[in-house]
Design a protein around this ligand. Structure first.
Ligand SMILES: [Zn+2]
Ligand SMILES: [Zn+2]
Length: 262
């Protein structure tokens, strides 16, 4: 089965293409299943407004739009409704309740911020300091322990800060991969990172081969995620094919579907 569970929409304010165009691109590229997982809204204690996720007030529109597409294209593709959520410890009771109440099919885990984005510490920059690298892995593990997330997106996000591998990253990667294996949470091989590196000629960032060598050794399940922020990204099939080749060469156990909440 060809599936992708990491798809954004314009509501997060940094994606292009309307909802239907994403579905049409996925049909064109031969996907059997497409899951939408736009950046989750959160109900903050403060009046903070995030610039990179849908406001809570747009969630119902998101749900209705994707539900409509689910029905409209039911004979051509299976469409699922999810969200990409962080693990913000103090807001987890709210999130848990929200995903049940709203009847989401699944959520994926994108560990982007330390504690919450209200404080603005983005792991993709902060992990340059060892204490944040440790906190990143600690949060990944705490989040995976909740059992709520179907997989961990771009687990190697920390490579945004490093242009070469080192012993510290190796040992923290072991810690992360071992926990994921024990908790039975698949890891994502993220294609938005591959696309970014190709567009900007950068070599650092993710997906990182050294990280996935660790995952191969530990025996993690790995799933390819497009992390599409543009419906046309879904049609760039060579990225998907290339990822399959890389993972096969590493001898990684690749999975193509996920565990759903209901
Ligand atoms: Zn995004
Ligand atoms: Zn994403």
């Amino acid at each position: 089965m060809k599936a992708n569970y990491h798809t954004h929409t314009q509501r997060c304010m940094h994606a292009i293409g309307n909802d239907e165009e994403y579905v049409l691109s996925a049909i064109k590229a031969g996907f059997d299943e497409l899951g939408f997982s736009d950046h989750s809204p959160w109900k903050y204690d403060t009046n903070f407004v995030s610039g990179m996720r849908m406001p809570l007030s747009q969630f119902d529109d998101y749900y209705e739009s994707i539900s409509h597409l689910k029905e409209k294209y039911a004979d051509k593709i299976s469409v699922k409704i999810g969200l990409e959520c962080e693990y913000f410890e103090k807001y987890m009771p709210w999130l848990e309740n929200f995903i049940q109440e709203k009847k989401l099919d699944y959520i994926i885990f994108g560990n982007h911020y330390y504690q919450s984005d209200e404080h603005g510490i983005y792991y993709g920059r902060a992990v340059r300091q060892e204490r944040y690298m440790k906190a990143y892995v600690d949060d990944c593990i705490a989040g995976m322990k909740t059992g709520l997330y179907s997989y961990l997106a771009h687990p190697d996000l920390f490579m945004r800060c490093y242009d070469r591998w080192n012993d510290y990253l190796q040992s923290e990667s072991y810690r992360l991969c071992k926990a994921a294996k024990e908790l039975n949470v698949p890891l994502e091989y993220n294609l938005a990172g591959a696309l970014y590196n190709e567009c900007y000629g950068t070599k650092n960032g993710y997906p990182n081969i050294d990280f996935f060598k660790v995952a191969a050794e530990i025996g993690n399940d790995v799933i390819i995620g497009l992390d599409a922020h543009d419906n046309e990204d879904i049609e760039k099939e060579w990225y998907y094919e290339d990822a399959v080749r890389v993972l096969d060469d590493l001898g990684i156990h690749r999975i193509d579907t996920i565990r759903f909440l209901r």
